[in-house]
Design a protein around this ligand. Structure first.
Ligand SMILES: [Zn+2]
Length: 146
């Protein structure tokens, strides 16, 4: 599980390495490899863009987020809620969901297109998920959630 979006505080080198490491989740790496194989070139974790997208495909102006269903409260079967401390978690999850919405808006306002890929889609049918994502990237659609 990852906590992708952090407060913008200056980090020293080793903190930076840790932060980068925690961003490279397995589903994220799978998506990345598949896109690279298909010829797409991207930048990772552009901290200068809203929400620091997991991937940013410059040629198409597409930001890709690979979202963990738990942290981003997808509402699927992987979206369990911890039993202890419900208030803490409710607030935390609410903040995450609100932040995601704001991030998507901010990117759209800057003229970028946004793809949200859920962890469960990757687990359920990786090939199909990637087909949808690749088709979206080359399209002129504004946004997609897979
Ligand atoms: Zn899900």
């Amino acid at each position: 599980m990852k906590r992708r979006r952090k407060k913008r505080i200056p980090m020293n080198r080793s903190q930076m390495m840790q932060a980068v490491h925690s961003e490279n989740t397995k589903p994220e790496v799978m998506v990345r490899r598949s896109l690279f194989k298909a010829g797409f070139r991207y930048k990772l974790h552009r901290h200068d863009l809203p929400g620091s997208p997991d991937l940013f495909i410059l040629k198409y102006g597409v930001a890709v987020f690979v979202n963990g269903c738990f942290w981003h409260q997808h509402g699927c079967k992987f979206t369990s809620r911890p039993k202890s401390n419900p208030e803490f978690w409710n607030e935390k999850f609410m903040n995450n969901v609100v932040r995601d919405t704001k991030t998507n808006w901010a990117l759209s306002l800057q003229g970028y297109r946004v793809a949200t890929v859920w962890e469960c889609s990757i687990k359920n049918d990786f090939e199909h998920t990637m087909e949808l994502l690749k088709t979206f990237i080359k399209s002129d659609e504004e946004t997609i959630e897979i």
